[in-house]
Each structure stands twice: as structure tokens, then as C-alpha cells.
Design a protein around this ligand. Structure first.
Ligand code: 4AD
Ligand code: MG
Length: 432
């Protein structure tokens, strides 16, 4: 028996004329007369197998004729060049062993988005989902590498919490023994506690938002990559962000070409993503929008249309900095010479994608934070531990949160954010 190789290696390592074995699942199959054309899929690609009656045991030929799409098989044969086959190669089968005869697969062409979501556990086998998950894995790997190489320490903050980091309206509440608890919206407050010993930290956690809005950018559960560092002010925070995002883009352009191209992203688009990114003040952004005909009042938050407009200002991400304090959370530092704005920034990805990062320098004035928390009707009791961080060796510090799925959506050119997670959680969906 020949040891199976991966399908990608049938194109990259093996040579025409070699006897090889591959294993995987039937991607498509058709038979005519004494020939069965079967395309096999594994995690690395697809390969056509030509099964000719008389050239392999009769029992194997019958199996090949009978096996439906998604049957799992092991095929042994000779690798050949064939221009008509996908990728220009195929194998002619000498053995065709069906490991499991699949039932009729419910997914075929032209089915509705709802149907595919109901059958997500099976739709995950699609080449689009496979390529997207590989791109996501590479983005995570790039980020982890960048943090490691730049002296940041990975930490493990809690998911169950008593605090609202991003305001009460999107909290998932749960019963925590005899108390009320919440699923974390952000690890930020805990990362802030960790900088006093570790100085430069990061974490990757699920974050939860009870977002009622059905948009192509919101999930109820997403993967949140967050950073926090001591001795860093707004300008330093932006430099860390643009370096990290540029590193991810360069890494993907180099290591994920095939998947990106399959998804419709030209890897060269990512090569231009290098520091510096433009810094545009919120106030300037309002002027830009008005010049373009938007009726927009200073003090309002950008809606989808405004954000799309701003995110098309460059072919790289742009920062919008110093938003009105009124529309931002309690922990953002008030701008020293302007009490109306905060030392924050949103990073907007290009091509109309919009916000991928939200971050800020942190407030150190306890009274200012208390005032803003009270305006949100928060229970100050739950924040006493957080105020302690400002009582014992407080330092200027900043951080940010990057939505992994938002970045996958941008880099992988996905229309809807739900297609960047295997099992999307949205207002309409908790299963499969
Ligand atoms: O802007 P946000 O709400 O900021 C925070 O949570 C800060 N506490 C982060 C920090 O400073 N440590 O969220 C950060 C990012 C957004 O820019 C977005 O990319 C993503 O998280 N995000 C979502 N992604 C998918 N679905 C949602 N509902 C999201 N909400 C936020
Ligand atoms: Mg935000």
C-alpha cells in the first residue's frame, strides 16, 4: 500500500508518472459508460481521479460508480498531466476504496443563504469557507508573532464578569450562582490591571455583544484581539496599531496568496499597507463629510454611510481621532486642552469596510470617570477595583481592541461578517 499524500503535494511535490495515493471526500462525480470522473477534495485542494473499468478491480469500479458526493475515499493510481483537469493534473485509479458511502448530500447549487446557514455544519466543507478559515488562522498567527517579537506578553483575562466595559445596552446577562453576571464585552479593564506588572500585554478572547442590529459587520460573539501598554499615550497607541496591522497584511500577502486569490483578493493590495496611516481628527472628518454633501452635526456618531465614506479616503486604513467625549465610554482620557473630546481613535479599513479597531489613551482622573459612569447609570460599586488602579502608581497608558472577524472580512473580501466564523452567532441564530 502506498502512503497517502496531501492533494496539494500531487501538484507541488509528486511528478507525472509517479504512483501515488490520496484520500479525502468526493467533491463532484459523474460517470459515462465505463469511466467515472471523480474530483476529490482534502484540506489542501482538489484533484481529479479518472476511474476506468478494467483498469482496477471490478469491485472498486462499482464502488466508484456508486459513491455519492461527500463519500470518503482513498484512491491509489498514477499521476498524469491533463489540461482538462482542474490544475492540469489527474490520477488514473488502480485502487478505489470507499471508506464511507455518503447519503445524498443536502447542499447543491443555488440554495438560499438561510438554507446554507441552517446546514452550516456541512457548508463548512465548501472551498470558500475552507479558504476563509485558513486566512483567519494566518491572521491570528501573524498577530501572535508580532506581539511576541515586540515584547508583549499574552494574558488570559476572564470572560465572566460583573462589569460593563462598553455600556449596558449590549450586555448578555446571565445567572452567576446567586448573583447577576455578564459575558465579557472586552478584556480591557482586566488588561489595564495587568500592565502594572507586565507593562505590555495582549489577549485573544471571545467578546459578546447583544447587538440587535442585523448588519454585515456585527456578530453577537466575536474574537477580540486586545492590547494594553503602560507609558503609552495616544500617538504611541496609533503607532502600535499601524505596525501590527501592516505586519498582518504583509504576512498574508506573503503566506496566503492562494487562498486570498481564491477569495477574490489580490495579495498585492495588501503590500501597500505600511505605516504611517493618515490621522484625521473627528472634527476634520465632519468637515470632509459636509463637503461631500452629508448633513452631519458635530457630536453625532458616524453611521454606516458616513463610516463607508471616510474609509474610502485612502487605499490604506485611516485613523479618526479625538471623538466627542459624549459618545464614547467612561474610560477614555479627556483631551487635556479640550474637555469636549477624548484621546481615542478608530481605525477604519479601506474599501468601505469601516471600523476594525477601537482604542484610546485611558483616563486617570477617578472623578471624571465616576461622573461619566453615573450618566450611564452604572453601579460604581463594581468599579472600585478599577479605580484602585488609579490610586497605586497610576501611569499614562493606552490600548485597543481589534475585531478579528472584521479584519478577516476586509482582507478576505467577504460580503458578510458571518462568513468569517464557522458557526456565526447573531440575533437570529444560535444554531447549529
Ligand atoms: O470599539 P470597541 O467596542 O472597543 C472596545 O471594546 C475596547 N474596550 C477595546 C479596547 O480598547 N481594549 O470594540 C473593538 C473592536 C471594534 O473595532 C470591532 O473591530 C470589534 O471590536 N467589534 C465587533 N466585531 C464584530 N461584531 C461586533 N458586534 C463587534 N463589536 C466590536
Ligand atoms: Mg468602536
Amino acid at each position: 500500500m502506498v502512503e497517502p499524500i496531501r492533494i496539494a503535494d500531487a501538484f507541488k511535490k509528486a511528478q507525472p508518472g509517479d504512483s501515488i495515493s490520496v484520500r479525502g471526500w468526493i467533491y463532484r462525480t459523474r460517470s459515462s459508460g465505463g469511466i467515472v470522473f471523480t474530483v476529490l477534495r482534502d484540506s489542501t485542494g482538489i484533484l481529479q481521479c479518472t476511474v476506468i473499468k478494467g483498469e482496477l478491480p471490478e469491485e472498486d469500479f462499482k464502488s466508484a460508480e456508486k459513491a455519492l458526493v461527500e463519500s470518503s475515499v482513498i484512491v491509489e493510481g498514477v499521476l498524469r498531466e491533463d489540461k482538462r483537469a482542474p490544475g492540469g493534473r489527474e490520477i488514473t485509479a488502480k485502487k478505489f476504496n470507499v471508506v464511507h458511502f455518503a447519503e445524498r448530500f443536502p447542499i447543491f447549487k443555488d440554495q438560499t443563504e438561510e438554507f446554507l446557514l441552517d446546514n452550516r455544519h456541512l457548508w463548512l466543507r465548501s472551498r470558500e469557507m475552507t479558504a476563509t478559515m485558513k486566512v483567519k488562522a494566518m491572521i491570528l498567527r501573524a498577530a501572535r508573532e508580532w506581539f511576541f517579537e515586540n515584547g508583549f506578553i499574552e494574558t488570559t483575562p476572564p470572560i465572566l464578569t460583573e462589569n460593563a466595559c462598553e455600556g449596558g445596552s449590549t450586555l448578555f446577562e446571565l445567572k452567576y450562582f446567586e448573583k447577576k453576571g455578564y459575558l465579557s464585552q472586552s478584556a480591557q479593564l482586566y488588561l489595564e490591571a495587568l500592565i502594572f506588572s507586565l507593562e505590555k500585554v495582549w489577549s485573544l478572547t471571545p467578546s459578546f455583544r447583544a447587538e440587535k442590529s442585523r448588519t454585515p459587520r456585527h456578530l453577537a460573539e466575536f474574537w477580540h484581539l486586545e492590547e494594553e501598554a503602560a507609558w503609552v499615550t495616544l500617538s504611541g497607541n496609533l503607532e502600535i496599531q499601524e505596525q501590527l496591522v501592516s505586519y498582518i497584511c504583509q504576512y498574508l500577502a506573503k503566506n496566503s496568496r492562494e487562498e486570498l486569490e481564491f477569495l477574490g483578493r489580490n495579495p498585492d493590495d495588501l503590500k501597500v499597507i505600511e505605516p504611517p496611516f493618515q490621522r484625521i481628527s473627528y472634527t476634520k472628518a465632519v468637515d470632509i463629510l459636509r463637503d461631500k454633501g452629508y448633513e452631519f452635526r458635530w457630536g453625532d456618531d458616524f453611521g454606516t454611510n458616513e463610516e463607508r465614506e471616510l474609509s474610502m479616503l485612502d487605499n490604506k486604513p485611516v485613523f479618526i481621532i479625538r471623538y466627542p467625549a459624549e459618545i464614547k465610554p467612561f474610560y477614555m482620557k479627556i483631551t487635556p486642552d479640550n474637555p469636549k473630546t477624548v484621546e481615542n481613535a478608530d481605525m477604519l479599513a479601506p474599501e468601505g469596510v469601516g471600523e476594525i479597531i477601537g482604542g484610546s489613551e485611558r483616563e486617570t482622573n477617578i472623578e471624571s470617570m465616576k461622573e461619566r459612569l453615573l450618566r450611564e447609570n452604572a453601579n460604581l460599586e463594581n468599579y472600585q477595583w478599577y479605580f484602585d488602579l488609579r490610586k497605586f502608581g497610576s501611569v499614562p497608558h493606552s490600548g485597543f481592541g481589534l475585531g478579528i472577524e472584521r479584519v478577516v472580512r476586509w482582507i478576505g473580501k467577504r460580503e458578510h461578517i458571518r462568513d468569517t466564523v464557522p458557526f456565526p452567532r447573531t440575533v437570529a441564530r444560535l444554531s447549529p
